[in-house]
Design a protein around this ligand. Structure first.
Ligand SMILES: Cc1cc2nc3c(=O)[nH]c(=O)nc-3n(C[C@H](O)[C@H](O)[C@H](O)COP(=O)(O)OP(=O)(O)OC[C@H]3O[C@@H](n4cnc5c(N)ncnc54)[C@H](O)[C@@H]3O)c2cc1C
Length: 549
């Protein structure tokens, strides 16, 4: 952030030229004059059409990212070989970041367990060959289930041509739905939908140490432009929300929003960041705001698909399938409260409770004998066994391991506060102390470093591997410690400690009607809110952006 206020009330205006998405070159183009521009889509995708400065080009050109591919399947239930778990995660496959199927979630079972508590159940008595999660058992009684399948790849390692990519990733999916991920639904499934999206623009360790996130912060407000897309800090709705709050509250005068409430403000992108910024401008009583969206829909990386299914007793089951944005953690509490106007009839819910069997981790005997032939153990048992292995104490009683993990989480919180401070979603100045630590190169190195206050933090690897990697944010081994520390915030670590003590605490939650419903209500608020709808113009493909210099 710069030190001097930016005054953007210049008479020069921004020219945004666009044509209809999909229209050929030579099709009619339209130009609008704007007083202020909010870029809420991937900024590097605009490099060839926006008059970026050399610094802007340098920052955006340094992003690395992944490609996330999710597929919604309608699968036949296999009565001979029934499913045991509602979610499967295979850490060793994810480690490869190669596009192979690394996990899936049974959306029908998730719906059948909606509203239950989702404890981190660390006891092992349910580790019997025939144990089946109760919601999965209920889903097994239906003729078919909905399942979302997850694949992720480093973008630079995937075919760049979209049709070749599709063929390649589909083939990997069909091969991957195998014993490698305890797939028991066979091959006779129907593909209902799929989503491919660039994911998690982030900087390398070297570029972090060149302070690029803070240089990014420094260009905010210059040339009547701000950037709010997930690339600003970290790829999650919470981080975008907190970043917007940071821009508006910590240094409001520095981003130079027009003082004239009738000024023409254009927002590029109707994903979560564009909608949330549009909503904030509505609250600030700006009256001339247009969101220009390239596609024909709102929500960006949120893809909620609602399916109605019959339960065994004939009643209707509302199955919310999330092919994109999916969960919330306790760190979202404040966000959820602030969203109260836009979540009517859409409750924050736990799921997958009862028995601790909902989430299964593929271990293939790597952490001691599996209780069943599938090579899967429940998440709670996994984190205990993984910690015991890291601590070199495979036979230690679970309660002793949990005590060590609680202690290490407390140490993690203190260390995080010391290195990153309290500011959300990111420190306002580069965390030089963290960057001076050699172990900051990767989150795994960071956790493995021997520290004077009581050794390393490797007891947390299994726990954080799920909380971090399963979300598609890269692997602990390859991602700079900075990003791990941003995502596994103090609030998240505290909630895990609480959840160890109190099984009523949900660390992972979802929306009863899905994330898509939240964005719909934000764009078109219910009448009793007294809010006007956001003005979204669809199918707008940017041709050029010319800003005052
Ligand atoms: C599989 C998956 C699971 C996820 N799970 C979670 C989760 O559990 N919790 C969580 O908090 N987050 C999750 N996320 C991340 C979250 O969805 C993203 O952080 C969020 O969607 C980013 O919002 P955004 O507005 O910055 O970008 P996007 O969502 O990418 O939206 C950008 C929008 O801009 C539009 N656009 C692109 N180019 C242009 C242009 N030139 N002009 C106009 N419009 C343009 C796009 O069509 C899109 O609508 C997940 C994402 C994925 C893919």
């Amino acid at each position: 952030m710069t030190d001097t206020p930016i005054i953007n009330d210049t008479t020069e205006r921004i020219e945004l030229t666009y044509r209809t998405t999909g229209a050929p070159i030579g099709a009619p183009e339209y130009t609008v004059q704007l007083d202020y521009l909010v870029i809420a889509c991937e900024p590097n995708a605009l490099c060839d059409r926006c008059d970026y400065s050399p610094l802007e080009k340098t920052i955006f050109g340094k992003f690395e990212n992944f490609t996330f591919h999710t597929t919604l399947l309608k699968v036949k239930v296999n009565k001979e070989n029934p499913a045991h778990y509602g979610v499967i995660f295979a850490p060793s496959i994810l480690e490869t970041m190669s596009g192979k199927v690394y996990g899936y979630r049974n959306e029908t079972a998730k719906a059948l367990s909606a509203g239950t508590e989702n404890p981190i159940d660390t006891a092992e008595p349910h580790l019997k060959a025939d144990s089946i999660d109760p919601a999965v058992a209920a889903a097994n009684e239906l003729a078919y289930n909905y399942v979302t399948v997850y694949q992720i790849v480093r973008t630079k390692d995937a075919p760049s041509d979209p049709s070749k990519f599709k063929q390649w990733i589909d083939e990997l999916m069909r091969q991957g739905l195998s014993d490698d991920v305890n797939w028991c639904y066979g091959t006779d499934f129907e593909i209902l939908d799929h989503v491919t999206t660039p994911y998690f623009d982030h900087f390398t360790d070297a570029d972090l140490k060149n302070y690029l996130p803070w240089k990014y912060l420094g260009i905010q407000g210059k040339r009547n432009t701000i950037f709010v897309h997930a690339s600003t800090c970290f790829e999650s709705v919470l981080d975008i929300y907190q970043y917007i709050q940071m821009l508006l509250t910590d240094d409001a005068n520095k981003i130079g929003l027009p003082t004239d409430k009738t000024a023409a403000i254009g927002i590029l992108g109707a994903g979560p960041s564009g909608l949330m910024f549009g909503s904030v401008l509505r609250d600030m009583e700006y009256t001339n705001v247009t969101i220009y969206e390239k596609s024909g829909r709102i929500g960006g990386k949120t893809h909620t698909i609602k399916k109605l299914q019959m339960r065994k007793d004939g009643s209707e089951l509302n199955v919310i399938c999330e092919l994109g944005t999916c969960y919330l953690s306790p760190a979202y509490d404040h966000f959820v409260k602030d969203m109260s106007r836009f979540r009517q009839g859409n409750d924050r819910i736990g799921f997958g409770g009862a028995g601790g069997m909902f989430r299964g981790i593929m271990t293939k005997d790597q952490l001691g004998p599996d209780p069943n032939p599938h090579g899967v153990i429940p998440y709670g048992a996994y984190i205990i066994r993984k910690a015991a292995m890291e601590l070199g104490a495979p036979d230690a009683p679970p309660q002793k391991i949990i005590s060590t993990m609680e202690r290490d989480l407390t140490r993690y919180i203190a260390l995080r506060e010391e290195l990153l401070g309290h500011h959300t979603p990111m420190p306002m100045v580069p965390p030089r102390k963290l960057f001076n630590e050699k172990s900051s190169q990767s989150f795994l190195d960071f956790l493995s470093e021997e520290r004077p206050d009581g050794g390393n933090l490797t007891s947390l690897i299994g726990l954080l591997q799920y909380g971090y990697s399963v979300q598609g944010y890269g692997t602990l081994k390859n991602i700079p410690a900075y990003y791990g520390l941003i995502w596994v915030s103090t609030r998240v670590a505290e909630a895990i400690i609480d959840a160890f003590k109190d099984p009523k605490i949900n660390v992972v939650t979802a929306w009863s009607e899905g994330w898509g419903n939240l964005w719909e209500q934000m764009a078109t608020p219910r009448p009793d809110t007294g809010l006007t709808p956001l003005n979204v113009q669809f199918s707008v493909d940017t041709v050029s952006i010319v800003r005052p210099s």
